[in-house]
Write a protein that binds this ligand. Structure first.
Ligand code: PHE
Length: 357
């Protein structure tokens, strides 16, 4: 009995893990375990022997039981300790930075110009990009045989054979929104209409889809002087400079009379565009006093009301403000390309951080 006790207590102390401890338990207390067999032998003993051996055996059994339990608890604690050690997490380590995107420059410029014109009392108007040719041309005083229809390099929507209704077009400018806004709101009216326009053009400064913002102000006595002030005020706010020189060149649009194309003074020195100074001019918009026919098409009486309109190329002023020399790269967002050409906006901390990874 003492020998059994010594043997199992020693083994229990010696085991290294829970599996080994379980093996010892089975050897001693399992169905065919040494101590279990001894317990079973009690049944065959005579009463006197049972009285002697029984209590000792029971004592041994509970002692070994207790030792097994204690050892198991110890081993489980050790396992937990090891796991805690392995899964230890240092919450004080600095985070891993992830590259962040930024808003597209065109979207940003649209937001900026919408805010600037809102300060001057212009609301935002919208129209469809697939437009009837009446809104895109006729209502703007561009007759069917007018050469301007060709000049616009229009994309025409497909019509089924035999369907002879006038075609729909991808709008070639934002000017149809003038008509829609006049029809919806009447006069007086002050709106801008930023959005996408389409022409079959593709070179250094043209892409088949680009962006314009239309401006329209109609009231009793709106004049060209107010057009000039509005555009200068816009350019000062947009380019964040005190003075911006604009050049008004007499021009022709069927929907304005008189008409002027407007250039902004700039320079390209050192691979960087500068606005407001230098010896170059960049055309940024077309403008003029709204033609009486256009007012009529919009349901407004030209004897009562007059006003100005302008159409400004958003991609160009985005390029001027953020310094992108070729418009096409703008859309492909080829970052290496932008770097190569000294994209000025790389100096903006948020964008630079995004690109450096
Ligand atoms: N719609 C003209 C264009 O796309 C621009 C313009 C708008 C000119 C309004 C005058 C008045 O070229």
């Amino acid at each position: 009995m003492a020998e059994l006790r010594g043997k199992y207590l020693d083994q229990i102390t010696a085991v290294a893990d829970i599996d080994a401890l379980e093996a010892v338990r089975l050897a001693a207390m399992g169905k065919k375990g040494e101590i279990s067999l001894k317990m079973r032998e009690l049944g065959q003993m005579d009463a006197e022997a049972r009285q002697r051996v029984g209590p000792a055996l029971n004592g041994l059994k509970s002692e070994i039981d207790a030792a097994l339990k204690a050892r198991r608890a110890g081993l489980e604690d050790a396992v937990l300790d090891a796991r805690l050690q392995a899964e230890w997490l240092d919450v004080t380590l600095p985070g891993r930075p992830r590259p962040m995107g930024t808003i597209h420059p065109i979207s940003q410029v649209m937001d900026e110009l919408t805010a600037i014109f809102a300060d001057m009392g212009f609301a935002v108007a919208e129209g469809p990009q697939i437009e009837s040719d009446w809104y895109n041309f006729d209502a703007l005083n561009i007759a069917p045989e007018h050469p301007a229809r060709q000049e616009h390099d229009t994309f025409f929507m497909h019509r089924a054979e035999g369907d002879n209704r006038p075609p729909h077009v991808l709008r070639t400018h934002t000017s149809p929104v003038q008509i829609r806004a006049m029809q919806d709101q009447g006069a007086p009216i002050r709106v801008i209409a930023p959005g996408r326009v389409y022409r079959m053009d593709m070179d250094q400064t043209h892409t088949p889809m680009f962006h314009q913002v239309e401006g329209l102000a109609i009231d009793r006595d709106i004049s060209m002087a107010q057009l000039k002030w509005t555009l200068e005020e816009f350019c000062r706010a947009f380019f964040e400079v005190d003075e911006v020189e604009l050049r008004f060149r007499a021009s022709h649009f069927p929907f304005t009379e008189p008409s002027a194309e407007v250039d902004i003074r700039c320079s390209w020195e050192g691979g960087q565009l500068k606005i407001g100074e230098g010896k170059d001019w960049l055309e940024i918009l077309g403008s003029g006093m709204v033609h009486p026919q256009v007012l009529r098409a919009g349901g407004i009486d030209p004897d009562q009301w007059q006003g100005f309109a302008f159409g400004l190329g958003i991609d160009r002023i985005a390029m001027l403000k953020y310094g992108i020399p070729d418009l096409r790269a703008f859309f492909e967002s080829d970052l290496r390309w932008l770097r190569h050409y000294g994209f000025a906006a790389l100096d903006q901390p948020a964008l630079a951080a995004g690109l450096s990874r």
